[in-house]
Design a protein around this ligand. Structure first.
Ligand code: UN1
Length: 435
């Protein structure tokens, strides 16, 4: 009921909230709306899921015993979110936690506090109407450096969910791990697209360009590497350069309809972009498009950049590293096995995809010796996952899953129950213990 009403309240304020996300974070308005839609969708998903918090029943080895699992609320859930999805990621976590019967303490990114305040205000009405104390959804706005480690160290918070960089995730997980608390970690990605000679190139380019420059390359699912079959490498390279060329006039105010690429979130993000371009060139990379900062009255915040395409080798330190900015590294392969190896040979394991119309290649990519990522797609890009699937990845991405499928289980504590209605004592494993 409450989650349903929260979803309705968000739907009512979709336009304003989408605008605010765009204004504060810098993604284009269309993507701001998409982000709010993700929250509405997760509310609907959670409402349905609330009737399906089911455990298994299994037959007991002992006569006249019944055995089953059930899931109880875990208690207080700490939710740490990043600036790039300032509202949707709260939705993924908070709505599942709510249907699990938990209380949420949200620590939004200190770069996007206004979006968080707006959410708190929007949901307050739904809470009031149902006599739910506002404290079921709490919020702390503070820089991590000010908040310190107390939040992660607090034993009253059995579960902390972190969506952010691998660095932040490792830090929080170490503190929570010391007290044997639980974490859900959805951390950095280094997402590759394999472009086979059997790919439909029109469709591939559409997806790849959105994946690489959408949200100005600031999604954890952004496309960071293109692994291109050698026979079509030059063609793809030329077409990418042409597509990026067309984008030059489409970089600007994210609130205006004409533009597809907004600014980076702040000066530090621009510095990281500039440094990455510089370092990768020192390592041997060849900058073939963009890579510069834009200035002038069209770019008021000074945080606008031209998305970059760099020819590089997979082992370069910059290619192995997630720079949260629009840089795509391109490289060649000759066999599908080699392409899969390149896909996997990075520390992160979030999202991946292959563009091919060849069934054998697609199946190889999805097999146990294929992509090692939490998300592996065929003929669609690395970003823009639907909420219905479990979202997260392996290795430095942290292993946690948020959002759909059975991600709800992480927000609950599991219990195995055995009930004896035989009227006798019966030990498992056939042990007798008479006295
Ligand atoms: C993120 O960048 O942290 O799959 C989340 C996507 C979005 C979520 C991204 N649905 O790109």
């Amino acid at each position: 009921m409450v989650v349903h009403q929260i979803g309705e309240a968000l739907r009512k304020h979709k336009a304003e909230l989408g605008y605010l996300v765009s204004l504060e974070m810098g993604k284009i308005y269309e993507e701001g709306l998409g982000e709010v839609q993700e929250m509405i969708d997760i509310c609907e998903f959670a409402v349905g899921q609330s009737r399906l918090l089911n455990g298994a029943t299994m037959h007991s080895e002992r006569p006249f015993h019944r055995m089953y699992d059930q899931y109880h609320p875990i208690g207080i859930v700490g939710v740490i979110t990043s600036f790039n999805f300032p509202v949707a990621v709260w939705g993924w976590n908070a709505m599942l936690a709510a249907i699990a019967g938990d209380v949420v303490i949200w620590k939004p990114s200190s770069k996007t506090p206004i979006c968080a305040l707006a959410i708190q205000k929007i949901i307050a009405e739904a809470l009031r109407q149902n006599n739910v104390p506002e404290g079921v959804f709490n919020m702390i706005i503070a820089k991590s450096s000010v908040l310190g480690d107390n939040f992660a160290a607090d034993r009253r918070i059995p579960l902390i969910s972190v969506t952010g960089s691998t660095e932040v995730g490792k830090r929080v997980a170490t503190i929570v791990g010391k007290r044997l608390g639980k974490t859900i970690l959805e951390l950095g990605g280094n997402n590759a697209v394999i472009i086979s000679k059997h790919a439909d190139l029109e469709m591939t380019l559409q997806s790849v360009v959105f994946g690489a420059v959408g949200t100005a390359g600031q999604r954890c699912t952004s496309t960071r590497r293109l692994i291109i079959h050698e026979s079509i490498y030059e063609t793809v390279k030329e077409r990418m350069v042409a597509a990026y060329g067309n984008l030059l006039t489409r970089i600007g105010d994210p609130l205006k309809k004409d533009f597809l690429v907004g600014p980076l979130v702040d000066e530090t993000a621009v510095q990281n972009f500039v440094n990455a371009i510089d370092t990768v060139q020192k390592e041997g990379g060849k900058l073939i498009f963009g890579g510069t900062r834009l200035s002038g009255s069209k770019y008021p915040s000074g945080n606008y950049v031209v998305p970059a395409i760099v020819e590089a080798e997979n082992h370069y330190s910059m290619v192995q590293h997630e720079t949260f900015a629009p840089i795509v590294y391109i490289m060649k392969y000759s066999s599908i096995e080699e392409a899969i190896d390149l896909n996997n040979q990075v520390p992160q394991g979030l999202s991946s995809c292959i563009f091919t119309e060849n069934l054998v290649e697609a199946e190889k990519f999805l097999s146990e010796t294929g992509s090692d990522c939490g998300i592996a797609n065929v003929n669609l890009g690395t970003s823009g996952a639907e909420i219905g699937g479990a979202f997260g990845g392996e290795k430095d991405t942290g292993g946690g899953r948020e959002s759909g499928s059975d991600a709800w289980k992480a927000y609950m504590r599991r219990q195995t129950n055995t009930i004896n209605f035989s009227g006798k004592t019966a030990l498992a494993q056939g042990i007798t213990f008479d006295f």
